[in-house]
Design a protein around this ligand. Structure first.
Ligand SMILES: Nc1nc2c(ncn2[C@@H]2O[C@H](COP(=O)(O)OP(=O)(O)OP(=O)(O)O)[C@@H](O)[C@H]2O)c(=O)[nH]1
Ligand SMILES: [Mg+2]
Length: 187
């Protein structure tokens, strides 16, 4: 059985915890605390350390799913967990103010991971805000990271099938990268 570690990152309220709960086949380990920043995300709780779940794809591929807090005051967890991952699933909620630039900002915070591994973008809450479009995000990504083609999809983290499709695509990209440039421990 092969095994992968992927990281779910993105702003507060973009749906990281929801996505991991939709996908995981084990009880998710969560670290939720009362949300005191209701202006940024109007929800009861926020992640303060991590989420952890697991899923088996095609009976032979185990994927460890780690979610980080969206709030930057907990960003010490970002580098701790990013170091273990080979794939980055970056969620951006379409209803966030200036969401295109916010996405670029979060992507640059995980530069080391997306340069070393694979990355995919999931645009959430497009039922709440219909713009920006996927094309607008793609144009900004091409301008910010011209050397890498970063796929962008709309996704609803509450929908397990949609999340699974996105995850399969990311894992395929991770496996492709590993074939081309194996991690040192696998050489
Ligand atoms: N309408 C709608 N609601 C969504 C969508 N995606 C997520 N949500 C809701 O938005 C909220 C997202 O909350 P979380 O999953 O806790 O977000 P998070 O990214 O883990 O946030 P932090 O841990 O605070 O950084 C939940 O209430 C979801 O049900 C979507 O595509 N559409
Ligand atoms: Mg969370």
């Amino acid at each position: 059985m092969s095994e992968h570690v992927v990281l779910f990152a993105g702003p507060m309220g973009s749906g990281k915890t929801t996505a991991i709960r939709s996908l995981s086949e084990i009880d998710v380990v969560s670290t939720e605390a009362t949300n005191t920043d209701r202006a940024t995300a109007d929800k009861e709780t926020t992640t303060v350390a991590l989420d952890y779940g697991e899923i088996t794809l095609d009976d032979v591929t185990k994927v460890r799913l780690y979610g980080v807090p969206g709030q930057k005051r907990f960003d010490f967890m970002w580098s701790i967990l990013a170091g273990r991952a080979r794939g980055l699933l970056l969620l951006i909620n379409n209803d966030a103010p200036d969401s295109v630039n916010l996405l670029i900002e979060y992507l640059s915070d995980f530069r080391e991971l997306h340069e070393r591994g694979a990355v995919i973008i999931g645009v959430t809450k497009s039922d709440v805000a219909s713009t920006p479009t996927v094309a607008e995000y793609s144009a900004a990504l091409t301008a910010a990271v011209p050397e890498q083609l970063i796929p962008v999809f709309t996704v609803d983290p509450r929908n397990a099938e949609e999340m699974r499709t996105l995850l399969l695509s990311l894992v395929a990209s991770v496996e492709m990268r590993e074939l081309l440039a194996p991690a040192p421990e696998k050489i």
